[in-house]
Design a protein around this ligand. Structure first.
Ligand code: IPD
Length: 301
């Protein structure tokens, strides 16, 4: 029920902040090792990243198991380590302990924990927390989404409401991601798609209009959050995993955004819109996210 979700949200927000403290601790440890010239240093930064990914996930998993012993758990680290529970109708937390791992290594402060809850195979609750900026995003299916900055009052999303329609695609700020799949065919398809969006005005794209600019911030969950906030008009990526998008779907939809292709990520079936399908909605002020699951690399823009 909605009441249950409200109380799960309260728990999840507290959990996100606790996990955020551990992420900050990990970042300090990594930056000091990276800066250190001591070759006898026991741990290198790669070990530390792995260690903190696992530690954050274990912390979260343990707290969830204590509070909600019947809930299932899907986490990026457990999944990579071989624990791959099938998605069922049961309540299931779907967690990326550190989204934006490359940013985390480099000290680029677009890093978050993404905590999503799935019920009957659909995302119903999401919390995304960036501890570096102290920005916390919340969403419950069917309700408004919020941003809480530095423990202030919750701000309803999008921040400028209702979002202004865009006069043309040339005003749209679009997030794209390079992702981790960089094999030749995939990278060629991504690069040519990005090129057509940002490219030569003389050649035109989408009827002679092109994006105002492109951004690659390095965190799928924070891209969702930024579309919800209104800072981005579109986020498009091929190659997402459920834990990258679960919380973000709820938060973006609660802010009036449209998410398409996300069903692929949960059911591994094929569907999803091409960029051409979404431009109309962007121009009328609907914010848009298109994600496609790993394996579907034939993205077209
Ligand atoms: C990745 C980041 C990246 C996106 C990838 C994600 P990770 O998650 O969100 O921006 O392009 O699709 O898998 O590995 O940093 O948790």
């Amino acid at each position: 029920t909605t009441q249950d979700l409200e109380s799960i949200l309260e728990f999840t927000v507290t959990l996100a902040r606790t996990a955020g403290d551990l992420i900050l601790e990990g970042s300090e440890a990594i930056q000091s090792v990276t800066a250190s010239k001591d070759v006898n240093e026991k741990k290198n930064s790669v070990d530390l990243v792995t260690e903190y990914d696992v530690r954050v996930e274990e912390l979260v998993k343990k707290e969830i198991a204590q509070k909600y012993p019947t809930f299932k758990f899907i986490g990026e680290e457990s999944y990579s380590a071989g624990s791959r529970p099938p998605l069922t109708d049961e309540s299931t937390f779907c967690v990326d302990p550190i989204d934006g791992t490359t940013n985390f290594i480099h000290g680029f402060p677009f890093v978050c924990i993404s905590l999503g809850l799935i019920y009957k195979r659909r995302p119903v609750l999401g919390v995304i927390y960036n501890p570096f900026l102290d920005h916390l995003y919340t969403g419950i299916k069917g309700k408004n989404s919020y941003l809480i900055k530095s423990k202030g009052q919750p701000l309803k999303l999008p921040l400028s409401s209702p979002p202004k329609p865009l006069p043309s695609l040339s005003q749209a700020l679009i997030a794209v991601e390079w992702g981790s799949d960089r094999v030749g065919k995939t990278i060629d398809s991504k690069a040519s798609g990005f090129g057509r969006l940002a490219g030569d005005p003389a050649q035109g794209v989408q009827g002679g209009k092109m994006a105002h600019s492109l951004r690659s911030m390095g965190s799928a969950a924070l891209n969702f959050a930024m579309v919800a906030q209104g800072g981005l008009d579109l986020y498009w990526e091929v190659g997402c995993w459920p834990w990258d998008v679960c919380a973000g779907i709820v938060i973006a939809e609660g802010a009036g955004g449209i998410v398409t292709g996300s069903h692929d990520v949960f059911s591994a079936t094929s569907s999803g819109a091409s960029f051409g399908d979404v431009t109309e909605d962007i121009l009328t002020g609907r914010k848009y996210i298109v994600v496609r699951a790993i394996g579907e690399t034939e993205g077209e823009t």
